[in-house]
Design a protein around this ligand. Structure first.
Ligand code: PMP
Length: 409
C-alpha cells in the first residue's frame, strides 16, 4: 500500500492512462453516453452533417426553422419518453435547478393572491437549499426539521397527518437527494398521494433522478430537473407544470422566472440555451433507441443492486444510508474503512490508477450538518453502463483484498 500514498486532490485528467477510457462516476456534471458524444462530434465536424453550411448548431438563431425543429423534437421526445400527459406544459429555462428554487415560491405563493404556505420536506442538502431560497420571498416552513434520516418513512407519514398541512399551498420535496443519497421511489418511500396532500400541490425537484424511472404524473403538479445529470450539460433546466397552474395574475415576478411567460412564448422569451437543448435532443433520441424509460429503469436498478450487493457484504466499505426503503439507486455515498483520510486517499489513488474518477467532489455542503463524516460517493446516471458498474465493483474487491493481505486478515 505504501506506493499508493499520493494525496488524492489535485489530479489533472492528463495524468490518466491514455489507452483506456476514464470512467466518470461524478454526481454532476456527469458522464454523457459515448454514442451521444459521437453523434455530436459527427454533426459538428462531418461533411455529411445536417448542418452542411459551415454553421454549427450553436451558432444558429433560436428563431430559425432549424432550431424550432430541434425544440419541437425535444418537446415531443421528452413527452413520449417520460409519458407526460397533455395537461402539462414543458418549459426550458436557464439558471439550472437554482433558478427554480426561486421561481417556485414566486409563482405559487404571491402574497397578493393567496395566504397559504409552502411546506418543505427537507431531507438533505438540496431541499435545504431550496427551502432557504424560498424563505427569502415567501411564507414557507420546514416540516422536517431535526429529522433522523433512518426514520424518514415514519416521520414523513406523521407529517402528512398533521392538520397544519391544510394551510399548505404546496408540499415540496427533492425526489433524489444527490449528496445524501436518499430517494423517493415507488418500491420504497413514495410521493404523497392526493389524499395525503389534502389539496396541497406537489412540487418535486427531480434533478438527479429524472429520465431514470417512470413517474406517476397523477400526483404531481410541478416537477423540475437541472440538465447536468441525465440531460447533458449544466446550465439549463426543464420545468413540467400543470397548465391549470399557469395564469397571468403574478405580474411582479422577474420575467426570467415567470412560468406563464415561458409557457406563452414556447420557452423563447429570452434566447434559450440552444446548445443544451441541441444535446438534450440527441440524448433523448438515444434513450428512446436503447429501449425507453422502462429499459432504463431496469438498468438503473441493476446497477444499484450491483453496488449495494458489494457494499452490504464488504468488511471494508459500507453504505452511508442503510435503510433500504430510502436509500438511493442513483447516488450512493459510502465510507472506506473507518472513514479517515488516509485510507480514503489510498482508495482514491487506486481508483485513479485504474482510470476511475468522480468519487470525491468538493461539495459546498457541510456533512456535519447532516451528521455525516465526509463519505465518497458513486453516481450511477444513465451515462454509466452496467459493465462500468461491474468494473467499479472489481476495483472495490481488489482494494479490499489488498488491504486484507496487508493486514494479514
Ligand atoms: N437539485 C438537485 C437535486 C441537484 O442535485 C442539483 C445540482 N447538483 C440542483 C438542484 C442544482 O442544480 P444547478 O446546479 O443546475 O442549479
Amino acid at each position: 500500500m505504501k506506493n499508493l500514498s499520493k494525496q488524492f486532490s489535485g489530479y489533472t485528467l492528463s495524468q490518466f492512462k491514455k489507452n483506456a477510457k476514464i470512467i466518470n462516476f461524478s454526481p454532476g456534471p456527469s458522464q454523457i453516453p459515448t454514442p451521444v458524444l459521437e453523434e455530436i462530434k459527427n454533426n459538428i465536424f462531418s461533411q455529411e452533417s445536417i448542418y452542411p453550411y459551415g454553421i454549427t448548431p450553436f451558432e444558429i438563431s433560436h428563431r430559425s426553422p432549424e432550431f424550432s425543429k430541434i425544440l419541437d423534437n425535444t418537446n415531443n421526445n421528452i413527452k413520449n419518453f417520460m409519458k407526460i400527459p397533455d395537461d402539462f406544459s414543458i418549459l426550458w429555462t436557464q439558471g439550472g435547478g437554482h433558478g427554480q428554487f426561486s421561481a417556485i415560491p414566486l409563482n405559487l405563493l404571491d402574497p397578493n393572491i393567496n395566504s397559504k404556505k409552502g411546506n418543505y420536506l427537507v431531507t438533505g442538502t438540496w431541499s435545504d437549499r431550496a427551502f432557504k431560497e424560498a424563505s427569502k420571498f415567501a411564507k414557507v416552513y420546514n416540516s422536517y426539521e431535526n429529522i433522523n434520516k433512518e426514520l424518514i418513512p415514519l416521520q414523513y407519514k406523521d407529517i402528512l397527518e398533521d392538520p397544519a398541512i391544510n394551510d399548505d399551498e404546496y408540499i415540496y420535496l427533492c425526489s433524489n437527494e444527490t449528496v445524501n443519497g436518499i430517494e423517493f421511489r415507488k418500491d420504497g418511500l413514495q410521493y404523497p398521494s392526493r389524499e395525503q396532500l389534502k389539496g396541497a400541490k406537489l412540487v418535486v425537484d427531480m434533478s438527479s433522478d429524472f429520465c431514470m424511472k417512470n413517474i406517476d404524473w397523477n400526483n404531481i403538479d410541478v416537477a423540475f430537473a437541472c440538465t447536468s445529470k441525465n440531460l447533458g450539460i449544466a446550465g439549463a433546466n426543464v420545468t413540467i407544470i400543470r397548465k391549470e397552474l399557469l395564469n397571468d395574475k403574478n405580474k411582479n415576478i422577474p420575467s426570467i422566472l415567470n412560468w406563464n411567460l415561458y409557457h406563452n412564448t414556447n420557452s423563447g422569451y429570452n434566447t434559450p440555451a440552444i446548445f443544451n437543448i441541441y444535446i438534450i435532443d440527441i440524448i433523448l433520441k438515444y434513450y428512446i433507441e436503447i429501449g425507453g424509460i422502462d429499459e432504463i429503469e431496469k438498468m438503473s436498478k441493476k446497477k444499484s443492486e450491483i453496488i449495494y450487493n458489494t457494499l452490504d457484504k464488504s468488511r471494508l466499505f459500507s453504505p452511508v444510508v442503510n435503510n433500504k426503503k430510502i436509500r438511493s439507486n442513483i447516488n450512493i455515498p459510502f465510507i472506506v474503512g473507518n472513514g479517515d483520510n488516509e485510507i480514503k486517499s489510498q482508495f482514491l489513488d487506486y481508483c485513479h490508477q485504474n482510470n476511475i474518477v468522480g468519487l470525491r467532489t468538493m461539495t459546498p455542503f457541510k456533512y456535519e450538518d447532516f451528521n455525516m463524516v465526509e463519505p465518497l460517493r458513486i453516481s450511477l446516471y444513465n451515462g454509466i453502463s452496467v459493465e462500468e458498474t461491474e468494473k467499479f465493483v472489481q476495483i472495490l474487491n481488489n482494494f479490499e483484498n489488498m488491504v486484507n493481505n496487508e493486514l494479514h486478515l
